[in-house]
Design a protein around this ligand. Structure first.
Ligand code: KDG
Ligand code: MG
Length: 454
């Protein structure tokens, strides 16, 4: 575990900027340190960021947390900046490049800080930098909520629904194992379940428990300290077995349960179009991440061939990644992770863009995004008009002790408490007991040895 601080004594933010020059332009309100000076909010005294702590800890798996302290005693915010397998790159970006820029800034000016960090670096974008900015952004929204005495969803406009429809994961080595896993999810209250099955004869398949390491176990402490494992993938047997899985599930489980499937960016466009078309009779809730994130225009081909609803986006890092898919209505669900797209500030714009084109949200809610991100997801889910579904995980006890708080689950839906801000925290002392351990996501190859998308 590393906790690294940047306090106000170490640098003077105001010396570095053209405050005097900007002031001479007669801007109103006056500019200070390059940032417009905010008038006091509801009579509250002006606030400054005094310290930024980057906490890397591994309670169950690695997480990168950002704790931002302010000049008001006891007022701080906690964000999550975890990027599975590249945690230390984000932590370094935060502590070496971003934290020094934050000291002395007004934490209430979230949009300005986002623009300053995202565009001000010149080298914008990319998962490492964007996730780092998101960690700061989440912590600032947490502070604003605490200052206002309101949960995040209230700051975003208030409730639009009683809870967020959630989905869980089911996987297995064969159809019966998957069916049993779906039934277990349904017994737990889920109305929507993602189903993945192993490909017979191949060394593991994404999202199944056929092998020791799957997407759910990858990165967990019992899998750490190793080099990445390699899974073998072949498109032909995959394309043959997946429609048969859903034929089996519909025959055994009926039509009511909502079924989803994740292809995890593995397919070529024409293969993806075939799969989407062959799955039509089984009425999936959505088919996820069919193509690599680079091939947005190829979604046109899939759309020409199928009416299976499509979801895409967990590898997207900016609203501009989402634009063509949304504005051309090439997908039905945008499913980026709020921390990997740039925080609440970026995600609410993605949601608003999607609303205008009747695209719904399905934020990426895997176990390698920490509880503050899950809390932000649900705050958005219950406050926007175009929410679709929310992927969810149950965190193990050890994670909940170190990073307490987060969404609750009941009767197939998620909700957040009325705690001010994000309603999550970090126990810094306990976090020290779970030091970071190197871990990687698995990689994949074809049977002939060629690299394959995992
Ligand atoms: O770190 C990678 C995981 O977050 C990803 O494999 C999970 O695809 C995923 C999903 O849909 O939850
Ligand atoms: Mg996925």
């Amino acid at each position: 575990m590393a906790t690294r601080s940047h306090d106000s004594g170490r640098r003077n933010f105001f010396k570095l900027t053209g405050a005097a020059a900007l002031g001479a332009l007669g801007a109103s309100p006056p500019l200070r340190g390059g940032q417009a000076v905010a008038k006091s909010s509801r009579g509250l005294p002006p606030l400054k960021i005094t310290d930024v702590r980057v906490i890397v800890t591994s309670p169950g798996r690695n997480y990168v947390l950002v704790k931002i302290l302010t000049s008001e005693p006891g007022l701080y915010g906690v964000g999550d900046a975890t990027l599975n397998g590249r945690e230390l790159a984000v932590a370094t970006a935060l502590e070496k490049h971003i934290a020094p820029l934050l000291i002395g800034r007004d934490p209430d000016q979230i949009e300005d800080t986002w623009q300053y960090l995202y565009r001000g670096s010149y080298w914008r974008g990319g998962p490492v930098q964007v996730t780092a900015v998101a960690g700061v952004d989440l912590a600032l929204w947490d502070i604003k909520g605490k200052r206002a005495g309101m949960p995040l969803y209230q700051l975003l406009g208030g409730r639009t629904r009683v809870g967020a429809l959630a989905y869980t994961h089911a996987s297995g080595r064969d159809f019966v194992e998957v069916e049993d896993a779906v039934r277990r999810g349904m017994e737990r209250g889920f109305k929507c379940v993602r189903a993945q099955v192993a490909i017979p004869g191949l060394e593991g398949t994404y999202g199944t428990s056929a092998r020791r390491k799957s997407e759910e176990t990858a990165g967990r402490v019992d899998q750490q300290g190793e080099l990445p494992e390699t899974e073998i993938f072949e498109p032909s047997p995959y394309l043959r077995i997946v429609p048969k899985l859903f034929e089996h599930l519909r025959a055994k489980l009926g039509d009511e349960v909502e079924l989803l499937h994740d292809t995890h960016e593995k397919l070529a466009p024409i293969q993806a179009a075939r799969l989407a078309r062959e799955l039509e009779p089984y009425h999936l809730f959505f088919l996820e991440d069919l193509l690599r994130p680079e091939h947005k225009e190829s979604f046109r081909l899939i759309r020409q061939h199928s009416t299976t609803p499509l979801a895409m986006g967990e590898l997207f890092n900016s609203i501009w990644d989402c634009v063509p898919l949304i504005t051309e209505q090439l997908i039905d669900y945008i499913r980026c992770g709020v921390s990997h797209i740039g925080g609440v500030t970026a995600a609410r714009k993605v949601a608003a863009l999607a609303e205008a084109f009747q695209v719904k949200t399905a934020w990426h809610g895997a176990a390698d995004l920490g509880p503050p991100v899950h809390a932000a997801h649900v705050a958005l889910d219950i406050s926007i008009p175009n929410f679709g579904v929310q992927e969810m995980v149950f965190f193990p006890e050890v994670t909940r002790e170190v990073i307490p708080g987060g969404p609750t689950f009941k009767d197939g839906t998620m909700d957040v408490s009325d705690a001010a801000g994000l309603g999550t925290d970090v126990n810094e002392e306990l976090a020290k007991k779970y030091p970071y351990r190197r871990s990687y996501l698995p990689t994949a190859r074809r049977q002939d040895g060629a690299v394959q998308d995992w």
